[in-house]
Design a protein around this ligand. Sequence first.
Ligand code: SME
Length: 162
Amino acid sequence: MEAPIQLPATTDRVALYSALAPQMRELLADEHDPIAAMANFCAALHQAFGWHWVGFYRVMGAELVLGPFQGPVACSRIGHGKGVCGAAWAEERILIVPDVEKFPGHIACSPLSRSEIVVPIRDRDGHIAAVLDIDSTRPDDFSEVDGHALGRLCAQLEPLFG
Ligand code: SME
């Protein structure tokens, strides 16, 4: 049985990510299936930070298609350049949105979402294979600290994408 994620009793994100990183590495070790790895990855983040929605969209042709996630039901397909996820895919960079209502074209899967971060994940050839999407009910919940740490965590998944 997998050990539960253990984190220090702090709200300091740097400390939380530092404690989470080796546990995530352990959780993903020996798993070569990307769906299984993404499933546990988003469950661990959801458990660690209690965000409203944590999940993946995979690049499939001209669309992003919903992958493993934790949280309320969500839209299953997003076009290239559409919403925050599609924009992060098209621009090939991490997008941090402090106020989703001010992001033109934001796709409101949940009325409770206030801020959002999207982290693109590359395959071995350097193409975007998926995006990690996190929604928070708190406004302005994500900073460069999250972008940096989540980017490093997501890099653990990159060898799994063809
Ligand atoms: N808000 C996202 C859509 C996905 S849901 O938040 C899960 C977007 O604008 O791309």
